[in-house]
Design a protein around this ligand. Structure first.
Ligand code: TRP
Length: 330
């Protein structure tokens, strides 16, 4: 059976876009693969995050994933920092990188510009090497991610391939899997930028999975649209309406064509009401489950520990193989 892996940084609050872009696909396929999902807490530290906040986020994310339908009989869930092999291999993978190529990565360039006084840029710089290690360590074939992570997966393939060329076939080269609809759920207020979990906590254009649903309803009802008054899909000229169509398509598991047809005669207000009702219905179900898990921290910690123990076994085997191949094993 092939392996599927994905990671999520415990920074910011999980948004509807995160759900649509990554979690949903992962859950749907978890039984078809050896599935691993981890909390990329070391990646999270590439920019300063308050220690209490990171602790809280790790537990939130774990509970949220369980609430979304992670099936523990098929999927390992664990913290990256609990499996030190990620760091070991990450360090070695950084030796496969040139300074020039890392400094040209899109994320490095854009995030470097936003660093706070508490940050230096080295963590961001070597981010791709650690991410490559996360994936190569488990010989994963498939990595469900949002569209913004494409370059990182391509770099992972490059680094794995370089290593394989030098030392002989060691790593499986992964493919990214980016959802067709909704890989780019946009900000409701400014549909030319993505809905991002690094948005301010009170951002009116971002739907956070754990927000009070009344707030979510208001955000959807005040989503930016256009003055044409007709509902159809056209990302360039009608980004606001197209974004709402994408959201509803994913939630109802319909194609863009189907939802466009269904809502073509609605007024904007009726359409938004329908989107809001559906989103709220969907989020409420997840929230109910979430609180059951989140109120039981001991259980969450145990799940993460069990996951890490099993992942460490796999990672350790691979790391021993790598050490042997590169000549460190006597
Ligand atoms: N960089 C990813 C993100 O910001 C998180 C991540 C870290 C990841 N390591 C990974 C995703 C390995 C997939 C596989 O969303």
């Amino acid at each position: 059976m092939k392996t599927m892996i994905t990671g999520v940084r415990p920074t910011g609050k999980i948004t509807l876009a995160n759900y649509i872009g990554g979690i949903k696909k992962f859950i749907e396929q978890q039984k078809d693969y050896n599935s691993l999902i981890f909390i990329a807490d070391i990646h999270g530290l590439t920019t300063y995050i308050d220690p209490n906040e990171i602790r809280n986020n790790i537990l939130d994310i774990t509970a949220l994933y369980l609430a979304c339908g992670i099936d523990l009989s098929h999927t390992l869930i664990f913290q990256q920092s609990d499996v030190l092999e990620h760091c070991n291999l990450g360090f070695l993978m950084s030796f496969q990188c040139s300074v020039g190529e890392l400094s040209r990565m899109t994320q490095y360039k854009s995030k470097k510009a936003e660093l706070s006084k508490k940050d230096k840029d080295m963590g961001l710089f070597i981010y791709p090497a650690l991410m490559a290690a996360d994936i190569l360590l488990y010989d994963a074939s498939i990595v469900p991610v949002g569209a913004d992570q494409r370059q990182h997966i391509e770099k992972t393939r490059d680094l794995g391939e370089r290593f394989n060329k030098i030392y002989g076939k060691t790593f499986e080269l992964p493919e990214y899997q980016i959802p067709k609809i909704g890989s780019k759920i946009m900000n409701l207020q400014n549909p030319s930028v993505k809905m991002s979990k690094s948005a301010p906590k009170d951002d009116k254009g971002t739907i956070f999975m754990l927000d009070d649903i009344e707030i979510t309803k208001k955000k959807i009802m005040s989503a930016c649209t256009d003055s044409e008054g007709k509902i159809y899909f056209d990302e360039d000229n009608k980004p606001g309406i197209s974004n709402l169509l994408s959201i509803i398509a994913v939630i109802d598991d319909l194609s863009i064509e189907d939802v466009s047809k269904k809502y073509k005669d609605y007024t904007y207000n009726d359409f938004k009401t329908e989107v809001a009702d559906k989103v709220i219905d969907f989020i409420l179900k997840i929230q109910n489950e979430f609180y059951k898990y989140r109120n039981n921290e001991e259980y969450l910690k145990k799940i993460l520990k069990d996951g890490a123990d099993k992942a460490r076994n796999l990672a350790n085997k691979k790391m021993e193989e790598v050490k042997k191949i590169i000549g460190l094993k006597l």
